[in-house]
Design a protein around this ligand. Structure first.
Ligand code: TXA
Ligand code: MG
Length: 346
């Protein structure tokens, strides 16, 4: 099929009409690009899953543009949460709630709960306002990193969707924070740009299960999507985690050398701007300054996609502190490594 590429300076009216007709539109948000369809149209939502190759039991997030739309898609929203949402939305914060009967099972992977968020992006908001609440998983093929630029979407979905709105690079670069509010206290299902520290300030206490750190597989009943590896890089990825940065660089270098000597494998190192210079003679991918974890988050998925394109056999990634958005970075890196984690002292 022909995919229409829509530039941000053009009207997004055509894209909104496409959604209303049951078509698929990839659009930018402040986190990653989403692949959207009318959340109330089961056939349209089914097409998202076909195009992505996504398992039907992995539910999508419903994107809304106003709090009025929240009551259309969810029921039993606690009063305190409603007040908190007024403060944090629009933003990278997704809440899991009981679903309304209007939302078809296709959108929620057959569950009686629905994930909802109001994205902080003018294009996304205008698209929703001019159409309806939009069901959208990330706009990548299943198994690939989430797209953080229109180029990534074009590579994955060109010819398979009706339109792609090019809004440039996304702001945060990692997917939204997901919290299950059907449990008391609420449970963090996926760490994201809205940090645990910020959540505790606005919402109060939440549970951070071990799987949210990305150190092990999730409980499927609680977090349906988390049983699927977020993406499986086409090359093995080893993650080096050490408290001390110099020790981590030493450990990473040792691993690169070992892979070369014993297995004849060439490695690329995913490192930070502060440390990349220390890997002489090795292919490096700079993920940004470890002093600015927001920069690392923004560059993370492009770095992982780059590794797949490089002429190397494996990747070795440096770890980052789990503070703030660092928890989201480490969750994605640990999952990408398939839990191949090397620690100092090992
Ligand atoms: O930032 C984001 O969240 C992006 C943009 C496009 O909004 N979207 C995104 O969607 O990352 P997706 O489908 O790739 O990730 C949504 C996650 C999945 O892990 C899914 O399993 C979980 O949210 N989820 C959705 N509905 C749920 C539900 N009812 N209960 C538990 N988890 C749910
Ligand atoms: Mg996704």
């Amino acid at each position: 099929m022909d995919t229409l590429i829509i530039r941000p300076n053009e009207s997004i009216e055509a894209a909104a009409e496409t959604i209303l007709r049951g078509g698929l539109v990839a659009f930018p948000t402040e986190t990653v690009y989403g692949l959207g369809a009318d959340a109330f149209n089961p056939a349209a939502v089914r097409r998202i899953y076909q195009v992505k190759g996504r398992p039907a039991d992995n539910p999508s997030i419903v994107h809304i543009a106003s709090l009025d739309q929240l009551v259309d898609v969810a029921v039993d929203v606690p009063d305190e949460l409603f007040k908190a949402l007024r403060r944090v939305w629009p933003g990278p914060f997704t809440v899991v709630l009981r679903k309304s009967s209007k939302v078809p099972p296709e959108t929620t992977g057959g569950r009686d709960t629905v994930a909802v968020r109001m994205p902080a992006h003018p294009i996304a908001l205008e698209l929703i306002r001019r159409s309806r609440p939009i069901a959208a998983p990330s706009a990548n093929l299943s198994g690939k990193p989430s797209p953080t630029s229109a180029i990534h979407v074009i590579r994955d979905l060109m010819g398979k969707v009706d339109a792609i709105i090019d809004g440039g690079d996304t702001y945060f670069g990692v997917e939204s924070t997901v919290i299950d509010f059907t449990r008391r206290p609420p449970v963090l299902l996926r760490p994201g740009p809205f940090t645990v520290e910020e959540i505790r300030g606005v919402i109060g206490d939440i549970v951070v299960p071990e799987f949210a750190r990305g150190t092990r597989e999730a409980d499927v009943a609680l977090a349906p999507g988390m049983k699927y590896r977020h993406y499986a890089p086409s090359k093995p990825l080893f993650l080096v985690e050490c408290g001390d940065v110099e020790a981590m660089v030493g450990k990473a270098k040792e691993l690169v050398e070992r892979l070369k000597q014993h297995e004849g494998k060439r490695a690329a190192v995913l490192c930070s701007s502060e440390t990349c210079g220390q890997y002489a003679g090795v292919t490096v991918v700079d993920m940004g300054h470890r002093g600015d974890l927001y920069e690392v988050a923004r560059k993370l998925f492009a770095a992982l996609r780059l590794v797949d394109d490089l002429d190397v056999d494996v990747a070795v990634a440096e770890g980052f502190p789990e503070l703030g958005i660092g928890l989201a970075i480490m969750n994605r890196l640990r999952k990408a490594s398939g839990f191949s984690i090397i620690k100092c002292g090992d």
